[in-house]
Ligand binder design. Structure first.
Ligand SMILES: [Zn+2]
Length: 152
């Protein structure tokens, strides 16, 4: 079912065209199919959120479980150059926390969708992802809350 007019669709498709990883593309397509209008990687906002849904005043990040240290099966401490990687990843985690804090202060709701929810052996089905995205996006809720969607 095409819920978009032509202009909106072409705007979203251009946005999708700039995505460069599989998890971002999957989320972009799900949002698109669910009929949401979004922009991507808005450099004007803290952390350059992957998706900005201005109509709902919410932003969504897709986070790789390794780079952003998710407590799941996809995160493994590297066996070589361990200190280097742990420091690098630790900085990412700090930056994520700071970005989320600043976004919250600006009144945005923030959703993190983890890689493990989008790909791999424990990924969620399209239906389940779409349902949970719609529930979160349309549900309103507390601006101060950091919601996460992923497999633990
Ligand atoms: Zn994960």
């Amino acid at each position: 079912m095409d819920v978009h007019n032509k202009a909106t669709r072409s705007k979203n498709m251009r946005a999708i065209g700039t995505r460069d990883t599989a998890i971002e593309k999957r989320l972009a397509l799900l949002l698109e199919e669910a009929g949401f209008v979004f922009t991507v990687q808005d450099a004007a906002l803290p952390g350059r959120p992957d998706f900005v849904l201005a109509d709902y005043h919410c932003v969504i990040f897709t986070h790789g479980c390794f780079w952003h240290h998710h407590d799941c099966y996809l995160f493994k401490v590297p066996a070589t150059r361990t200190d280097f990687w742990l420091e690098k990843i630790g900085k990412n985690v700090e930056r994520d926390r700071r970005d989320v804090q600043r976004l919250r202060e600006l009144g945005w709701r923030v959703l993190i969708v983890w890689e493990c929810a989008l790909k791999g052996r424990e990924k969620l089905s399209d239906d389940e992802l779409r349902e949970r995205l719609e529930e979160w996006i349309c549900g309103g809720g507390d601006h101060a809350q950091i919601d996460t969607l992923g497999i633990r």
